[in-house]
Ligand binder design. Structure first.
Ligand SMILES: [Ca+2]
Length: 199
């Protein structure tokens, strides 16, 4: 990025920009203030904090799913529509099956790459039927054909009606994500709402 207006009186100058994941930074001087000598007393690069993260998955495109219980109240696109517990959108539920050994997933295209740092799962209303063991994958291509990487995995507790559970992880960049459930507290891999937070 191009920066201009750096003061010449010793006072600090703060430059904000969208977060990026990088290993190296280069500061190149393009012009000085008044002499042929230019310099810089100090440069500090700040790490983005989780508190800067915003909801980045709301109503983003569902690009695929393993199964859905029906095409209305429990369809895959209900997983990130911001709605829980209405007759038209109760959440995403997989097809009926065992409570373990499942491979049920929903893929999302976030529209651009974000530095993701945490997600929340909100349970449906009525009973504790939510997803239990999960893996959240990321991908830069959306293929999920071997190029994907694990963002976070673990166990979500049994949640009461409409309860929300938050899981943080080491921030990582991804545009495409797959939320996979391998077990559940019911015969459905189910989430009222999945919310991804990043910047
Ligand atoms: Ca929903």
């Amino acid at each position: 990025m191009t920066v201009s207006g750096i003061p010449n009186d010793g006072s600090p100058y703060t430059v904000s920009f969208p977060s990026r994941s990088v290993t190296w930074v280069k500061f190149r001087i393009a012009g000085g203030s008044s002499t042929t000598n230019v310099g810089l007393a100090e440069i500090k690069v700040w790490q983005a904090s989780a508190s800067d993260a915003a909801l980045v998955s709301l109503n983003k495109t569902v690009t695929g799913y393993s199964s859905q219980y029906d095409s209305s109240g429990w369809k895959a696109t209900n997983i990130n529509d911001g709605i829980v517990n209405t007759t038209t959108s109760r959440g995403w539920a997989s097809a009926y099956g065992s409570s373990s050994g499942r491979n049920e997933w929903v893929n999302l295209d976030l529209g651009q790459t974000y530095l993701l740092s945490y997600f929340t799962i909100q349970n449906e209303n009525g009973s504790n039927r939510n997803v239990k063991d999960y893996v959240l994958y990321g991908s830069t291509t959306g293929a999920f054909a071997g190029e994907e990487f694990v963002i976070s995995s673990g166990t979500i507790p049994s949640l009461s009606n409409l309860a929300t559970y938050s899981i943080s992880f080491t921030p990582i960049s991804a545009r495409y994500v797959r939320f996979k459930g391998t077990s559940s507290y019911s015969n459905y891999v189910l989430a009222g709402e999945l919310s991804l937070f990043g910047q």
